[in-house]
Design a protein around this ligand. Structure first.
Ligand SMILES: *[C@@H]1O[C@H](CO)[C@@H](O)[C@H](O)[C@H]1NC(C)=O
Ligand SMILES: *[C@@H]1O[C@H](CO)[C@@H](O)[C@H](O)[C@H]1NC(C)=O
Ligand SMILES: *[C@@H]1O[C@H](CO)[C@@H](O)[C@H](O)[C@H]1NC(C)=O
Ligand SMILES: *[C@@H]1O[C@H](CO)[C@@H](O)[C@H](O)[C@H]1NC(C)=O
Ligand SMILES: *[C@@H]1O[C@H](CO)[C@@H](O)[C@H](O)[C@H]1NC(C)=O
Ligand SMILES: *[C@@H]1O[C@H](CO)[C@@H](O)[C@H](O)[C@H]1NC(C)=O
Ligand SMILES: *[C@@H]1O[C@H](CO)[C@@H](O)[C@H](O)[C@H]1NC(C)=O
Ligand SMILES: *[C@@H]1O[C@H](CO)[C@@H](O)[C@H](O)[C@H]1NC(C)=O
Length: 471
């Protein structure tokens, strides 16, 4: 709690002036009432510039556990912050234009557990700067301007569990930068410019279980880096452009590698949740120990019609996303082993019809997304009545109404066979897939033709305009 009688002293503080003092100048003592700006741990509109030497108070203020600065512009954390607030456990100075650290900065900060300094202008984490913050568990430095780190930047943070350096400009990291962080669990390096990491960089972080390397410039990933971590919860390397990815961990709960333009994915060891959507995969990931995979997202890949029986060993699968995979047909036995599947997404493909018997094995299905396909209306009706509605399975309607839709069945677009009398369904006739393909080709051709005609008209108009100009 803030004590109203508290008198804080700032030097050259540009906001809070008392005693009718003169205009601030560096080196001049100025007294301020900080409680005018802070209420219940929230401080607003506090401004401290780079050259200010700030003394907050002569006497310590006990029992203040948290401080959050909002809409403040603070070039640095005041020098005696932790002498003034010896009990401080959480300090949040995000978006404050912080650009530098005092030295020493964290003396007396042994109660500090969480420090949030994201969205500032920090360029450097000086060596040994965190000396004194020996109980810090969470440190967020995301969205600053960090370009380099030193071996000793995080020295003394032996209790640190969570570190975010996301959204900086880091190009490389020194080998020893994390070696003092023996308890590190969660490391976020996303959104930097890293191309490679030195071998052994995580060898002292045996409890590291969540690591985010997304949106960097890696062209390859080596599982070697994390060979000592026996149980990884999350590895995210999305948004790094690399032709292939091989993971080899004894136990990986969740691996995310979307938007990497991957052509090949191989996972040795156990992976439970694999998300490789938006890549260039022509085949489903190669996973020898597929029986432990519970979630697989291979949507937005040009897989085409799946050949053979690719899911036969994925016996524990609960979620499967095959949306936007350029699929026209699904083999009758494709989901034979997916008796535990709860969610299946085959939306945004060119599927016309299926064998209705293929759903017999999907005994646990609760969510089935199949909108945005090329459905034959008769088949769609059968699918709805004999499976989706009968089993009370959730589905999603088509959002946009395509121009050439013939009909909707429960909100899902479908088409009747052209030129042929619409025949009643005989248990889902996959024999029609050729005509389905033709139909979708014709539809696409019409679309392409329309676009072409439009382009030609634009060209003709432009030529006419040019001729007019010449005349
Ligand atoms: C911070 O600034 C924004 C925009 O100037 C304002 O809308 C908001 O109310 C301010 N927040 C506080 C807590 O003063
Ligand atoms: C930071 O502050 C600016 C202006 O006060 C605001 O527009 C912006 O959304 C804030 N960003 C974050 C991450 O809080
Ligand atoms: C950084 O630390 C690593 C390992 O802890 C060590 O091998 C290396 O020599 C150090 N580099 C510097 C510049 O201190
Ligand atoms: C790693 O985590 C385990 C279990 O959470 C814990 O017992 C162990 O002390 C941790 N090791 C370190 C170095 O923090
Ligand atoms: C996977 O890693 C283990 C141990 O790190 C190694 O023994 C094994 O040969 C690797 N497997 C492959 C296929 O590279
Ligand atoms: C898909 O991945 C590519 C990189 O291969 C990326 O440029 C694009 O932004 C991603 N698209 C989406 C919607 O994420
Ligand atoms: C992997 O699956 C097998 C059975 O298929 C099971 O016995 C084992 O516990 C699973 N391992 C993990 C780590 O889930
Ligand atoms: C399946 O993937 C698509 C495309 O990546 C995505 O839009 C959709 O939300 C996913 N489906 C589910 C049920 O998560």
């Amino acid at each position: 709690m803030w004590q109203p009688q508290l008198l804080l002293t700032l030097v050259a503080c540009s906001v809070i002036v008392c005693g009718g003092s003169v205009a601030p100048s560096a080196g001049q003592l100025r007294r301020i009432w900080l409680q005018d700006h802070c209420n219940a741990g929230i401080c607003t509109g506090v401004e401290i510039s780079r050259n200010d030497y700030v003394i907050l108070s002569q006497a310590p203020i006990a029992k203040q556990l948290m401080l959050t600065f909002i809409n403040s512009s603070i070039a640095k954390i005041p020098h005696l912050m932790f002498d003034t607030f010896p009990d401080l456990q959480l300090l949040r100075m995000e978006n404050c234009s912080l650009d530098t650290f005092e030295k020493p900065q964290f003396e007396g900060a042994s109660n500090l557990m969480s420090l949030f300094l994201g969205y500032n202008r920090l360029k450097d984490i000086p060596k040994n700067i965190f000396l004194g913050a020996d109980n810090l568990a969470t440190l967020h430095l995301q969205n600053n301007l960090l370009k380099v780190l030193h071996n000793l930047s995080f020295h003394a943070l032996k209790e640190l569990k969570e570190l975010s350096l996301a959204g900086n400009q880091l190009e490389q990291l020194p080998l020893g930068v994390f070696s003092g962080l023996r308890k590190l669990v969660d490391l976020n390096l996303a959104g930097n410019r890293l191309q490679a990491l030195p071998r052994g960089i995580f060898d002292k972080n045996l409890n590291l279980t969540r690591i985010n390397l997304a949106e960097n410039r890696f062209v390859t990933f080596e599982s070697e880096l994390l060979k000592l971590q026996s149980h990884l919860m999350l590895l995210d390397i999305s948004g790094n452009i690399m032709p292939e990815l091989t993971l080899n961990f004894s136990l990986l709960e969740q691996a995310v590698a979307h938007s990497c333009d991957l052509r090949r994915v191989t996972v040795y060891g156990i992976v439970k949740d694999l998300d490789v959507h938006n890549n260039s995969l022509l085949d489903i990931p190669h996973i020898p120990v597929a029986s432990n995979v519970t979630s697989l997202d291979i949507s937005q890949n040009p897989l085409g019609n799946l050949q053979g029986n690719p899911f036969r060993r994925f016996t524990a699968l609960m979620r499967l996303n095959l949306s936007s995979t350029n699929t026209q047909e699904l083999a009758e036995g494709l989901f034979k082993k997916q008796t535990q599947l709860q969610m299946l997404d085959i939306s945004a493909n060119g599927i016309y019809s299926l064998k209705i018997t293929m759903f017999d094995s999907l005994k646990a299905l609760q969510y089935f997304y199949f909108q945005q396909n090329n459905w034959n209306c008769d088949f769609l009706q059968l699918l709805m009545s004999s499976f989706v509605k009968r089993r009370d399975i959730s589905f999603m309607e088509d959002i946009t109404a395509p121009e050439l839709v013939d009909d909707y069945v429960d909100g899902i677009a479908c088409w009747y066979e052209s030129n042929k009398p619409s025949k009643k369904c005989d248990g889902g006739s996959t024999g029609n897939s050729d005509s389905a393909l033709e139909l979708s080709i014709v539809r696409n051709e019409i679309k392409a033709f329309t676009e072409l005609v439009e382009k030609k008209f634009i060209k003709v108009y432009r030529m006419l305009d040019e001729m007019k100009l010449k005349l």
